[in-house]
Design a protein around this ligand. Sequence first.
Ligand code: ADP
Length: 617
Amino acid sequence: MNSKIKLYQSIHFKIALVFTLMLMLTLEIVGAVFVRQLEHQNLTTFKQQVELPTYIDNSLATQLSRNDTKKANRQIRQILAEVNNNNITEIRVVDSKGIIRGTSNANNQDIIGQRATDTAVKNTLATNRSHSKNVYYQSSHDHYYINVVPLLSSNNTNNVVGAVYLRASLEGVYSSINSISLIYAFAALITIVFSLGLSILISREITRPIEEMRKQTLRIARGDFSGRVNVTGNDELGQLAGAINNLSVRVEESQELSDAEQRRLHSVLSHMSDGVLATDRRGNITVINDTALQLLDIDEADEVIGKQILDVLNLRKDYSIRELVERDQEQVLLDDDSTKSGLILSAYFSAIQRESGFVSGFVCVLHDVTSQQKEDKERKQFVSNVSHELRTPLTSVKSYVEALTDGSWKDPEIAPKFLGVIQDETERMIRMINDLLSLSRMDSGTVKLNLEYVNINELFNYILNRFDMILKKEKDPQKKYTIERQITKKDLWVEIDTDKFTQVIDNIMNNAVKYSPDGGVITARLVETHNHVILSISDQGLGIPRKDVSHIFDRFFRVDKARSRKQGGTGLGLAISKEVVNLLGGQIWVDSVEGKGSTFYISLPYMPYDEGDEWDA
Ligand code: ADP
């Protein structure tokens, strides 16, 4: 755009050239007409100058009419000698028979008496009319004017008695024409040189504002609006310059407006909580805001600018751009497998359409629906789990009741066993329903905590003592359990709901026993950190497979469903424990190696108790 204009392409050069060419053409035409006119004028004047006076013609005619040739010739010679005209080179007198009777050329008197050979003479004698011609003698490089005039008899009979042949050199005429032409050509040349210089100057004057305007428009195109074109007059160029200055102001204003709009859009986009992507009409990304980058786990916008939105959102296998347009304003779900961030995103696509209906691009709005979707999934899973968990004991109760009603009630041996199973299953269902109820209360936030400051060492020891008692009753010699205590001697007062917390420890201790089929040492620890107390219970039992560790606190999750059920487990114990501990402001987690054992940790917030406080208060 900013390329330099070559000299021969410039208007400057073209104007000068056209001007000069036109001037040359004009001078050429004027010159040609002028020289032609000059020649004509000069020749006419010359012809008049060389014309013989009538009295001489008459005298010659008289002499030719005489019979005495010799005398007449003498007279003719005399008459010719009287003609005093420097322009005339030679005059010959010819009689009606074509015989030369006299010549003004003294050196050429020999031709007298000879027959005139000139065609003009012959023609004149034959036609009675004057004949003239211009002749060029190659040998002497001379131009001559030859004029032959018939001589009529003086007695009014109009008989041709002869003719006067007149030869005059045209050199004088032509040389004066030539010198005038030369002067003209020289003047023309000087005029052309001057006018060339002048036209260059003038055209530069004309093109200077154009050049200035060209530079200014280039600056405008580059976004530099600082310059102004000089408005030098009110002619077309002046008005154009004014219009360009006006245009510059307008473009600057609209540029500022569009910049401000862009900044506003950018700030709106970057502060939006939704992710926004915009594409061109082929679906290549042109804009992506920070939220979209975070939602899609992309470090830099440059990584995706220009890329296909279908690829970036991992949608290529399911949709085409056309299908997305047709789904205008309908939600497309990007599941956690397809997004790099592992989030579940809802995407709304809408086409940017011009009034003509032409689609110039799309806007895609992303929304994080991970927690919503997960909750939804969990809820569905939970309902399905509850139904499944209740159906199993109900089915077995039903089949035992059927067996009893079919007659087994009479069997004194089987009936009590069956009733025992029915009782166990019913109790398990009641336990499960109770567990579900307490979970539901905790979920809805309606659970009431009976908070009190409890000496956690005392409580822990109390619970462990109870388990010592229970485990002592274990009859199977294979299953020998011992509880080892590593409990700090310092009294630690923690604010808890004693009943609920006891349930948690009970559950963990029960599990430690339940999932240590070969017995072993159960180690109970209580330590204090800066502002937490940490309880832990380790067993030497089955442990938990690594893949299941993260699910152990999920509702109804069991590593081995059959074993858990057989032992009366509901799969809700740890889920409830977690909820309780969280309600108390603490945390629960597990550390386990499959086949070696597990350690469950509970941390509770603890304010170190300063005995002095009470007195200060
Ligand atoms: P359950 O009623 O089945 O015991 P829990 O919620 O108490 O339900 O425990 C969930 C699952 O966690 C159990 O089914 C078991 O597979 C596993 N589990 C819990 N405690 C232990 C432990 N100490 N050792 C091995 N596995 C355990």
